[in-house]
Write a protein that binds this ligand. Sequence first.
Ligand code: KG4
Ligand code: ZN
Length: 355
Amino acid sequence: MRILGIETSCDETSAAVVLDGRTVESNVIASSRELFAQLGGVIPEEAARKQLECILPVIHQSLEHAHLTMQDIDAVAVTRGPGLLVSLLVGTTVARTLAHIEGKPLISVHHTLGHLSSPWLDCHDDVRFPLLSISASGGHTELWLRRSHTEGLLLGSTHDDAAGEAFDKGAELLGLPYPGGPAIAALALDGDEMRFPFPSPLAHEPGMDFSYSGLKTALRYTIQGLEPSAISNKLKAHPSMPLGASSSQLTADLAASYQYALCRHLVDRLQRAIVLHPEVREIHLVGGVSANIRLRSLVAENAGNRTVRHPLTIPYCTDNAAMIAAAAYFLVSEKGMPSEALPTAATLHHAEIMQ
Ligand code: KG4
Ligand code: ZN
């Protein structure tokens, strides 16, 4: 089955063609990242305006790259949420219209199920359930026990900020550009991750939930508590100002230590899940934060003899339409073609992720 996927939940506009949930025939992503890097974050109406402009060219390109026409497509899949409401409206309206005009079935996909399906893209190994998936992005942080594509148990989620959001907010405190994850990861390569010991969130609480807002505050206090010789008083008063080139080693050490604390928190929860569910055969790392090299190595160190997978390329880690087309294929394979109309984003709930 060949599915055209459409994803517009945040600042990306993406369309992709995927065969049988695995073979990516095209994956076109138009991003307004540069615009939002200048603005320091995403502005929903601005994102949707850009998406409205480029959605049709992106869909055309995705068909062109795959050397296909709509006649070759068996179904249209679209992210139904969660995400920015106006951005979702652009994607769902176009997908619904296209499916109707072309007489194709429309499959609505929860954004998280898209990320959870991303390790299958261009991967032709025998992936084995049950498995644990950490899905960490700018909008959510979740730990799933998965028995099939559509049977899963949410073991933990964040009480406050998402892991990617903590990278983004931390980067702002360090004067680094948006999105913060890649910027912190690059700087951390030259830093000492043991120099600033940050606390372990929810260390004494049972369960597998996450909490990231305290780490961001700890970074702010660490910057404010630095010696005046290391950091200007101006920066101490306004920690969101850039640290400056003279303190580049200090910034690298802060970035590395902060990154280590963010990653450790994910791995702590994973360790708890492995103790409770030793039967899991694989560990998957998905979502924008799964692009993080340090996180990948920490997870591999803690996985025992289980197979560790993450999406095969960076564009499959961050938001993309190929993962939506893949998830739609697995949904149809396990549950059949949906007959219901597309639900509105506003009515979405966690329980609907596996539908
Ligand atoms: O999945 P995604 O593209 O969008 C959402 O669904 O939110 O994730 C974007 C998030 C951003 O917060 C970004 O800072 C983070 O993923 N990210 C990273 C890295 N690359 C992207 N975080 C840590 N390390 C990275 N290399
Ligand atoms: Zn995402």
